[in-house]
Design a protein. Sequence first.
Length: 345
Amino acid sequence: MNNPFDLLRIHPAEDAAAPGADAGGSDSEILDSAVHAVGEELVLSSSGAQGDGEDESGAERSRLALLVSWAGHTDAGALNEQLSNALLDTLPHKRLASFDADVLFDYRSRRPHITFAESRFTEYSGPELELYEVKDALGQPFLLLTGDEPDFQWGRVTDTVLALVERLDVGLVVLVDALGLPTPHTRPMGVTAHGNRKDLIERISTWGPNAQLEAGLGQVLEMRVDESGHDVVGYTLHVPHYVAGGRYPTVAVTALEYTGAALERMLPTDELRENARAVDQDIARQIGQNPEVEALVKQLEKNFDEHASTSQRSLLVNQDEEVPDAEELGAAVEAYLRSRPSQED
């Protein structure tokens, strides 16, 4: 039987990074971590994850949580790149392990980039999938699994993640991704919530169809974590389809809001919010110069406003804010949604 950790290359304790004094955190703070490398293994430190509670319920809240986000099948608006950059560029973190890229990726179907400068090749950038320990703005730790969705060995990857969940006593796994759907950028971003933590998903979804879909590794991992008896939730964000092919900062802001609430961690969004405002202004300017696109957006707004549900609950949106009704939008978006497991009310 294969060792599930054979896919991992463990990094030494020195492989830590602080974003600088302005971002908060020093090397000493990072190295005072919840997870340590011992030889070729990752182990939970004797102090474990930091938390305030000392009773049974408090101890449960202090367990590490794992945030999963990767580029690939469901990454509309360049969600993964923006989310991982926001976390790793501003928060203290330590790289714990890397998955074996040569085993997991098909380089010819998704060719890496390499830079040619004058007479030499430099800066090779291949696919990667890495595990980090990150500390939020209050110094509270969580785990981040981020990178590219593997082409191969999905079973072994999920086995490895499940083994890490067991080894590091992970209390909650949170997955986040995004789809391009026919929704307007001028309204609150929709979400499909899924998983087994009812307190984190009930009445949050703006659309949750029963359908057979093309699977991504995220959906397979979520199902396996659920089957193993561990807590898991996922948030699939609905990016306006006319901006899904580029960088759309609003999707990263929304992802950090939902995942931060689920993780009970303070995650950085200030810079992304500024970028989102600038992008929205640019979109409005371009739409104003194109009557056909302007008419399309107005129709999307009309559909949204007519069918907004007042019964939707959100971790973040106020009760009086409008969101699209699931059934009314279903016919329009069914052709786009091909990557989520079924979500029942």
